[in-house]
Design a protein around this ligand. Sequence first.
Ligand code: G3P
Ligand code: MG
Length: 252
Amino acid sequence: HSTDSVLSLPLAIAHRGLSAYAPENTLAAIQAAHEAGFQWVELDVQLLGDGTPVIWHDAGVNRCSDGRGKLKNLDWDSVQTFDVGSWFNACFAGERMASLKQALELIARLDMRLNLELKLSPGHDAQALVDAAIPMASAHLPASHLIISSFDPQALRLTRQRDPQVHIGLLYDDIPDDWQSLADELNASSVHADWRALTRAAASAITSRGHKLLCYTPNDAAAFAPRWAWGVDAVISDDPAIFSEEDREPTL
Ligand code: G3P
Ligand code: MG
């Protein structure tokens, strides 16, 4: 209802790429999702100190690379010296941090779809991230293959200002009472909720207003299962293969 393009979601989206089987937020994780048969991936984007948009979750590189430091203090040439695969498994040695552009080119080439999360680490500028990421994402993917989400309402407002057509997803830990006014203001297509914090009442309010409801990041299909009956459209999981369409069917 928010844009001209129709959003068609699968049962399960690969979180940070297929992050149970490949180093998160890398080209290898996108490729792994594709090879496992998943069309949709969720990836995090933020800016390096030199303004390059890169696919990365944390504010710093320490956890997921052999480098040290914060993104805001690093430039593209310096991050390209880091190995971002070996921390996960030796068979991914030599993997390099991906730029948003590299990720979008791969996703477009593989005819995949993307939930791009605008990640605002402390001290990062929402305007600069939106200006770098949104036109680039929209240039590579059709509107029906792209959802922009963020925990940061200002980043989503700036996204809507830059692009009247792009699908926007509101991302929440706990869903606040005023989610509907933000959804209306932004013409949001979807709400992305922490599966553990979601209540049946909130799920019902979201779906009855015509929004898609996505849940992150269940990695236990049995524990998650009762929520399908609440109208959840899709899960965003590290291991999306554990979910099956049968779980969605009402038990007879
Ligand atoms: O976009 C859903 C999920 O990725 C949000 O949490 O910390 O994994 O980026 P996080
Ligand atoms: Mg994320």
